[in-house]
Write a protein that binds this ligand. Structure first.
Ligand code: NAI
Length: 296
């Protein structure tokens, strides 16, 4: 199956960090993009954050204002799931929770056409298990972007047990058409990157809990001496501790409680305290009142 044509509509459900970024990628490629979120004003806020990012690119001379306006004109917030009927591809980027994802996607498949492709941006939940809640499980695949979606090149297309190979092919071709490096992954716990990245976070957290050094020192060592673009703590702050903790729990559960993936009590406490990282203003670092470390 070929890539989607750019005149075909894309819908993004969830207008948080990832949903807004994915909407920007699809609109930049030329698609009309609808954005839906259950939180009041979130879709509009997502579009405003895209506009802010595009404005920065115009200011830096990386884009002209006509291109910015064209991208923004392709984005529309919608307030009712029913409005997603014309979508040819629906990508969900909502909370990392199996039951909620199943429920929303089941609603979507009742609204959209039989050939509508359903995609989940889940970081770690089995595509096979999300699909098990659908009447057309063959239409669902993972389409896993990385944060921030407009910048990060890699996209994992994740095929579950029931995923139609033609749908996976279409998503691979579409993501490549959007300028991404798309790879096919199986629906194994954490897929490829989140599985490989678990020890990076887990060992960082263990070193911190053992008092080896503070988070800023460990981040600086990995970044400045280790050659990593970001250390584990600033990266977890960027991802969001709610998301990162949910991913660790999901991989831990999927491997029957294997100690290698044991979730950290330090991170659990951050989630309980609402210290979710950049998005809530505090995580390992304090981002309030302009106290944020420089953008990575
Ligand atoms: P976020 O917390 O920034 O945004 C989630 C958005 O979904 C919120 O605006 C919320 O109001 C909305 N939402 C929640 N339930 C909804 C529902 N039932 N219907 C419609 N909207 C709903 O989360 P973020 O970071 O954007 O993550 C979203 C998904 O993307 C998760 O599955 C996460 O695992 C995945 N992901 C996250 C990455 C990250 O670095 N944060 C990277 C790659 C994937």
């Amino acid at each position: 199956m070929h890539a989607l044509d750019t005149e075909q509509s894309v819908a993004v459900i969830g207008a948080g960090a990832m949903g807004a970024g994915i909407a920007q990628v699809a609109a930049s490629a030329g698609h009309p993009v609808m954005i839906y979120d259950t939180a009041a004003g979130a879709a509009q806020a997502g579009i405003a954050s895209i506009a802010k990012g595009l404005e920065r690119q115009v200011a830096r001379g990386k884009m002209d204002s006509a291109q910015r306006d064209a991208i923004l004109a392709r984005l529309s917030p919608v307030s009712d799931l029913q409005d997603l009927t014309p979508a040819r591809l629906v990508i969900e980027a909502i909370v990392e929770n199996l039951a909620v994802k199943q429920q929303v996607l089941a609603q979507v498949e009742a609204i959209c056409g039989v050939d509508c492709i359903l995609a989940s941006n889940t970081s770690s939940i089995s595509i096979t298990s999300i699909a098990a809640g659908l009447t057309r499980p063959q239409n669902l695949a993972g389409l896993h972007f990385f944060n921030p979606a407009p910048v990060m090149k890699l996209v994992e297309v994740v095929a579950g047990l029931d995923t139609d190979p033609a749908i996976a092919d279409c998503l691979l071709a579409t993501a490549r058409g959007w300028g991404k490096q798309a790879v096919l992954a199986k629906s194994t716990p954490g897929f490829i990157v989140n599985r490989l990245a678990r020890p990076f976070y887990a060992e960082g957290l263990r070193l911190l809990e053992e008092g080896a050094a503070d988070s800023a020192t460990l981040d600086a060592l990995m970044r400045d001496a280790g050659g990593f673009p970001m250390g584990p703590f600033e990266l977890m702050d960027l991802i969001g501790h709610d998301v990162n903790y949910a991913v660790t729990r999901s991989v831990f559960d999927a491997y029957y409680g294997d100690d290698r993936f044991l979730p950290s009590l330090t991170q659990q406490a951050l989630v309980e305290g609402g210290r979710l990282g950049r998005k809530s203003g505090r995580g390992f670092y304090d981002y309030r009142d302009g106290a944020a470390p420089a953008e990575p």
